[in-house]
Design a protein around this ligand. Structure first.
Ligand SMILES: Nc1nc2c(c(=O)[nH]1)N[C@H]1C(S)=C(S)[C@@H](COP(=O)(O)OP(=O)(O)OC[C@H]3O[C@@H](n4cnc5c(N)ncnc54)[C@H](O)[C@@H]3O)O[C@H]1N2
Ligand code: MOO
Length: 478
């Protein structure tokens, strides 16, 4: 396989008291030191909205600045973060920066990549007039004299002799229709008599059951545009159209760094330690978004190990999990400052996940910092990593998709909310268990509804970010 550089890029809460529902008053849930006193039965810890309502942030664009020191600037100095849609636009622009690498590979190796150039028909399809049924090719009106016995014309044979008017020949599905034939009669719609003649049992229409040459496409027609994801069906079409290899965009290389000394990679949580939920989740999710994940490394809460891992990485995108806030071992901001990164997005006005960030490490190389709370990490994945990877892997941008909300979802006063939903008929239904530290809702979800500040009421048409895999079942937490 040859890799070549191509410049394409330059080119539920249904009122069961989920704790993430803000209350109408100034502070929704009481805080007790580190403990948040949430009103919820099945919801989350409520911290996000409590923090929002005490107004931690002012509006301050991070664009063009180096990473600030925690407590000195950035997300911990009181700014509210980049509006959600603006953050996605910045991530898209980051994904467009630089050059897309493309290559030509055999069909099977191209599955899951994106077409770098349109799929154009080399030939007419079908390439010849083809019988659509097993039966008889006939010429002119019947009855017809049968001109050959045995199997007649089979699929895969060269061009047959001209069929003269008043004659019929046996033909198989997929065989070339002989010149002169005017119709194909299915075997069950015809009978032969003892005298070697064929009689139709029903009316014969000119051209019936013949697939004419070029019915699906003519040579030179565009079958699929650049930017199309190569699915199994695309492989089939490409093969039918005569392709042996496909010209696709090289998947961007992504490395995942999982932060946190409290994380276990196996067994049951114990003694304050918990299982790493993001290591197993982020890498396949990134693959589903079009990335080639080169590895997932656990770097603990070691500031120097994190700096080294980022400085030494040759990935197009580094994704970190955890350590985005201002705790004593939250090393992402200081590390970005040390490696001279430029913060493009430093906090987003979205719940959960507001400490998420996007930084430029070098021209065409970026870092997405996902917050450690697992649903907040998903929010960061879809807000920042998804648009960046979509552009970086050459995928076409789908039109935003909206669906009607079935049940009310309370809004955050200023921020967008991303709420796990399932599709039910024409509507989406919000799921429970959607607190920032919970995965139970998203694991059953078909997508995330984008709930604007102020909330959504039944019947509102909300944008839905579908998850990059087919819905498996109806969610059971509505
Ligand atoms: N004083 C403030 N504290 C916090 C704020 C804030 O604005 N001011 N924001 C809160 C929000 S919102 C989030 S989200 C988190 C973000 O924290 P970090 O990105 O620094 O993440 P950690 O502190 O490392 O972890 C947070 C939480 O998530 C758990 N975690 C981390 N990694 C994993 C993993 N791989 N699998 C499962 N769980 C993980 C970790 O144990 C913590 O419980 O900060 C809030 N605090
Ligand atoms: O509440 Mo945090 O949202 O987990 O970003």
């Amino acid at each position: 396989m040859t890799a070549q550089d191509h410049d394409l890029g330059a080119a539920g809460a249904t009122g069961r008291g989920d704790g993430d529902e803000p209350a109408p008053g100034p502070v929704p849930h009481g805080r007790d030191g580190d403990r948040v006193v949430a009103p919820a039965a099945d919801g989350d810890d409520g911290v996000e909205d409590a923090l929002a309502l005490v107004g931690r942030r002012s509006a301050l664009s991070p664009r063009g600045r180096q990473a600030p020191a925690p407590g000195q600037d950035g997300q911990h100095s009181g700014h509210r973060g980049t509006p959600w849609d603006e953050a996605r636009a910045v991530a898209s622009r980051a994904g467009r920066a630089g050059v897309l690498r493309t290559h030509r590979d055999p069909l099977a190796a191209s599955l899951g990549r994106v077409l770098a150039t349109p799929l154009t028909a080399f030939i007419d399809l079908p390439p010849f007039d083809t019988s659509a049924m097993d039966g008889w090719a006939v010429a002119g009106p019947g009855p017809w004299t049968v001109v050959s016995g045995d199997n007649g014309i089979l699929a895969g044979q060269g061009e047959a002799e001209i069929l003269v008017d008043g004659t019929a020949v046996r033909i198989a599905t997929g065989a070339r229709v002989p010149p002169g034939a005017t119709a194909v009669i299915r075997s069950e719609h015809a009978r032969t008599d003892g005298g070697g003649h064929l009689h139709a049992r029903r009316q014969v229409i000119h051209g019936q059951d013949i697939r004419p040459r070029g019915q699906e496409c003519r040579s030179g027609d565009q079958l699929l545009p650049a930017g199309t994801l190569v699915t199994p069906a695309v492989l089939g079409l490409a093969a039918a159209a005569g392709y042996d290899e496909l010209h696709t965009v090289v998947r961007p290389k992504v490395e995942v760094l999982v932060l946190g000394d409290e994380l276990l990679t196996e067994g049951l949580p114990h003694d304050g330690l918990i299982r790493d939920a993001l290591g197993p989740m982020i890498s396949p999710w990134l693959r589903a978004l079009g990335a080639e994940v080169t590895g997932t490394r656990r770097v603990g809460d070691d500031a120097e190990a994190l700096r080294r891992a980022v400085a030494e990485s040759d990935a197009d995108l580094v994704v970190t999990t955890g350590g985005t806030a201002a705790g004593p071992v939250d090393h992402v901001h200081p590390m970005l400052r040390k490696v001279g990164a430029e913060l493009l997005v430093d906090g987003v006005a979205v719940r959960p996940g507001h400490p998420m960030l996007l930084a430029r490490l070098a021209p065409g190389r970026h870092l997405v910092g996902l917050p450690g709370n697992p649903l907040a990490a998903v929010s960061g994945l879809l807000t920042l990593a998804e648009p960046l990877l979509r552009l970086r892997s050459g995928q076409a941008t789908p039109a935003p998709y909206r669906a009607s909300l079935r049940d009310e979802v309370h809004g955050h006063p200023q921020d967008t909310r991303l709420v796990p939903v399932v599709h039910r008929g024409d509507a989406v239904v919000p799921l429970h268990y959607r607190g920032p530290a919970m995965l139970r809702g998203i694991a059953a979800a078909h997508g995330l509804a984008v709930v604007p500040p102020g909330g959504g009421r039944p019947g509102d048409e909300l944008e839905v970010l579908d998850l990059p895999w087919p819905p498996s079942s109806e969610g059971c937490f509505t």
